[in-house]
Design a protein around this ligand. Structure first.
Ligand code: 5GP
Length: 137
């Protein structure tokens, strides 16, 4: 059982922001900035792509509301939404969660190393075709 399931069950305390039938949001215990929050489905899945449509829809509805309230209260005007899947992608708690991380002009917030390179259009077109076929299927 993940630490977030224990929070959902009320076995571990949290600073709760929002809760409904499918979603809970609470402050991160090790925040990158004031207001850093986690938005968590009650459904026990490790990865985003494993979630039911009902959980995904509930998360989609909760995220903008939680972000707006955090911005209003902290005075931040910028924020990142981060969602890690897998240890390689920096996931530490194996229960789906979205981070909402306010960014302040003094540097508090999420630091990003964006290792981008221009796309190879031929390879990109072929890859897009194959992924799109999976989405249709
Ligand atoms: P990730 O799995 O995306 O790397 O991040 C997990 C996040 O959960 C971390 O930011 C960590 O501080 C937070 N976290 C881990 N355990 C607890 C806990 O017991 N309570 C709360 N509120 N946050 C936690």
């Amino acid at each position: 059982m993940s630490i977030f399931t224990r929070i959902i069950r009320g076995d571990i305390p949290c600073h709760r922001l929002l809760e409904n039938e499918r979603v809970i949001a609470f402050l991160d215990v090790n925040p990158l900035s004031p207001g850093h929050a986690l938005v968590v489905p009650k459904e026990e899945k490790v990865h985003l792509h494993e979630l039911s449509e009902a959980s995904a829809a509930a998360l989609g509805a909760a995220l903008p509301r939680v972000a707006a309230a955090i911005l209003s209260e902290t005075g931040a005007t910028a924020y990142n939404v981060l969602q890690n899947n897998g240890v390689l992608a920096h996931q530490a708690v194996m229960h789906v969660h979205f981070h909402v991380i306010p960014r302040f002009d003094d540097g508090r917030g999420l630091g990003i190393a964006w290792k981008a390179a221009p796309i190879d259009h031929a390879a990109g077109a072929a890859l897009a075709d194959r992924i799109a076929a999976r989405l249709r299927g």
